[in-house]
Write a protein that binds this ligand. Structure first.
Ligand code: ATP
Length: 378
């Protein structure tokens, strides 16, 4: 197995797009690493550059400590699964899965057994004699996954490998992949649009924007401590509340003014705000925003405007005087539309971002969790 080390890794396409821009990142041997970011941020390009399908235009790439920056794909021992499966149309499922093993000159019986064993894990065992044209998109995608898995390379590179599966299959395949990766210990880079998938599967993840990495950390780091407003907006199944506020009263102990409503500074930013009049964003996930139908201190008052049913919970939107604040409440506790309510960002969970640069207000040591440093590159 192998670690992946990028130093100043850059890929500029002819015509001026710098899709990957000076990345410094080390992915540990055996790690499941997710790359997350909006469309066009450079995720696929980075994966293709690691695979050797694109040539880096600057920087260095090491696999297992070996400099492979200019090595051909065949010399890298990586298996990549693309969004568009790239299966051989004239071969059966068995032969597609076993193809890399044939190239490795494994005996026919052995490679057929290995293909079947891998296919079983992905629910493909009844389709072994079909050709790709006789399969659904989701089945083809699983065949492509099985082909990569059967081959057991040093590194798996997965580009949205579950995107064509329906919701149930996607969850099943996710669990299978995660378990298998743990068992095999193959270093894995997994590209996805789906932040829930990244949070669920990754040991660590990076959030990319415009060819750069904005934050690297464990899913927990990134969920609880998004390092800037971009990451805060991007991560979370319901968008973070980002409420414009002004710092006041710094001489006697700072507080935040949201219009004419006054709130305490969250614990995470206590003693870190020193300038009266500084504009900030008070950030609070709907899951960590309390809602009460009785007046409460240190709360924002408002009226319920929308209630969305999320199954075991409901998402309540509260108009607090032009600013919508969302709170998650347990099923059965939804207030009715129009009801006056009080919403409170949880003191220990809420965060503050400076409006000037969009960065999180935090003590340095607080952005270190799980023994790893959350880092930011701008
Ligand atoms: P998506 O999630 O939509 O697949 P992505 O994050 O994977 O997006 P990339 O496909 O890596 O993004 O593209 C990054 C940038 O590079 C985009 O601006 C894209 O238009 C550009 N790009 C990708 N391939 C090429 C190419 N062959 N030539 C020129 N520009 C390209």
């Amino acid at each position: 197995m192998a670690s992946i080390e990028m130093r100043g890794l850059t890929k500029a396409y002819p015509g001026g797009v710098t899709a990957v821009n000076g990345l410094d990142l080390t992915i540990a041997d055996g790690e499941f690493f997710a790359l997350l970011g909006p469309s066009g941020c450079g995720k696929t390009t980075l994966l293709r550059t690691i695979a050797g399908l694109e040539q880096a235009t600057a920087g260095t790439l090491l696999l297992g400590g070996r400099d492979v920056t200019t090595a051909t794909p065949g010399k890298r021992d990586v298996a990549m699964v693309f969004q568009d499966y790239a299966l051989f149309p004239h071969m059966t499922v068995t032969d597609n899965i076993a193809y890399p093993l044939r190239i490795q000159k494994m005996a026919v019986d052995e490679r057929r057994a290995k293909a079947l064993e891998t296919a079983e894990g992905l629910g493909l065992e009844t389709l072994m004699d079909r050709r790709p044209g006789q399969l659904s998109g989701g089945q083809q995608q699983r065949v492509a996954l099985a082909r990569a898995i059967a081959y057991r390379p040093q590194v798996f590179l997965f580009d949205e490998p579950l995107s064509n599966l329906d919701a149930r299959l996607r969850l099943e395949a996710r669990t299978f992949l995660k378990q298998l990766q743990g068992e095999l210990g193959v270093t894995t880079v997994f590209v996805t649009h789906d932040q829930a998938e990244a949070l669920a599967m990754a040991d660590r993840m990076a959030v990319m924007e415009a060819g750069r990495i904005r934050q690297v950390g464990t899913p927990r780091d990134i969920f609880h401590r998004p390092i800037n407003v971009f990451v805060a907006n991007f991560i979370g199944s319901t968008p973070m509340n980002l409420l414009p506020a002004v710092v006041a009263g710094t001489t006697e102990g700072a507080h935040l003014m949201l219009g004419d409503m006054r709130l305490p500074v969250p614990a995470t930013a206590a003693d870190l705000l020193h300038d009266d009049g500084e504009q900030v964003l008070l950030a609070s996930r709907p899951e960590y925003t309390d809602l009460s139908t009785e007046e409460r201190p240190d709360s924002l008052s408002g009226k319920v405007v929308v209630v969305e049913n999320l199954g075991a919970t409901a998402l309540v939107s509260v108009d607090t005087g032009g600013q919508l604040v969302k709170a998650v409440v347990p099923e059965g506790k939804e207030p009715r539309i129009g009801k006056p309510v009080w919403v409170t960002p949880q003191h220990s969970r809420a965060l503050v971002y400076r409006l000037a640069d969009g960065l999180l207000v935090a003590r340095n040591e607080e952005s270190v969790t799980d023994g790893r440093t959350a880092s930011v590159m701008t």
